[in-house]
Write a protein that binds this ligand. Sequence first.
Ligand code: FAD
Length: 368
Amino acid sequence: MIKKHADIIVIGGGIVGSSILFQLAEAGYTNSILLEKSKFASGSTNASGGFLRVLHNDFEHTKMAFEGLPEFDRIKMNCDFQKTGMVYVINSDDKPKYDHQIEWLKNNGISIDYLSSSEYETWSNIVQLKNTDTVIYEQEAGYLDPVTCTNDWINRAVELGAEAHEGINVQNILFSDGEIKGVRTSFGDIYCNILILAAGAWSSRLVRPLGVDLGMYSKAIQINFFENQKQTAHPIVIDEKSDIYLRPHAGGSSILMGQPTSEFEVNLEQDMSLNHEDTLQLIEQHNPQYNWLNINNLFGGRRSFDGFTRDAKGILKKEETIDGLIIASGWSGGGVKLSPSIGKKVTELVESVKKERTIHESFHRGRV
Ligand SMILES: Cc1cc2nc3c(=O)[nH]c(=O)nc-3n(C[C@H](O)[C@H](O)[C@H](O)COP(=O)(O)OP(=O)(O)OC[C@H]3O[C@@H](n4cnc5c(N)ncnc54)[C@H](O)[C@@H]3O)c2cc1C
């Protein structure tokens, strides 16, 4: 049976919603319900490459990924974590931008440093470096299965007393007098004090009727699978100059390679298959630097989407105009590694909403 009242409702059972539910339950907020319209981890999380790394091109995300490491350490063995190390390729001109981050990470115990091209070439040839390239190496990075991770967090939250339901579509958000009241679902209304929006690319349309514009848009992401006869064990690679990334796939016998696309405002209900034009463009632009890229080696891939913001930073805040609404959406193609930190920050926001209400109520009572 689904409760009719809960303290907190989380909309969306992707990796972000599941991490939030788990963090809330661990902090003692067990009167919480997560509602997922389809299957858990069936949205963006389902197609994700599951790259797990700390270094990002902006310090804020680096810090968030760093803060999430202990949470991943607790579950990564259940989630098929593969430690491969990460080769992060930047243009040498951008090096000053990374110096400070690398120093900060080293001071915080992360094994990361610049690698000379000769050091790199002695153990990997997955990327043919250009003279203008600089390589950063992060030793503990790798990848995991985000679907297992999502289900793991949901199971742990449920064990602690929270609830999570699949197949329950939130049709509308109920609110009046600028305050959240609950949600209308395909199985009736459920009332709550705090509502957390973690519905990925679907988030915008859920809050539009409340007059809230998240400034988010959906964008397609494509990953292609290529056979790999050259090198079975190789690191994950993030090529910051061209926004492409790769990792071993299927035990290393193939390569999963992600690329940016220019398909915006995707139809969120459509089945998505690989776009042939995008694959050809990837090969044309990046061979010879990735000299194994060849259409004859392609044997499949995945195309999906995520909710993006203009600055590619997620939206993590209390909605000022609607009391009790917290937004955790718009992770712009990078939500997996940030998910533990998002869960922790949402828990802090819930605490602050509760505190404000206690202050407000005692102030109000004092006046009567
Ligand atoms: C091809 C691809 C590769 C990627 N690779 C990486 C990577 O390597 N590393 C990384 O960090 N990130 C990666 N990402 C991005 C990452 O997958 C997303 O940022 C992350 O999964 C977002 O999680 P989420 O929970 O916010 O959204 P989602 O996983 O999309 O979950 C939202 C959920 O909300 C549900 N929902 C929507 N509307 C409703 C409603 N009305 N009622 C109830 N439920 C609803 C949906 O069904 C969905 O399950 C990749 C993404 C793609 C597409």
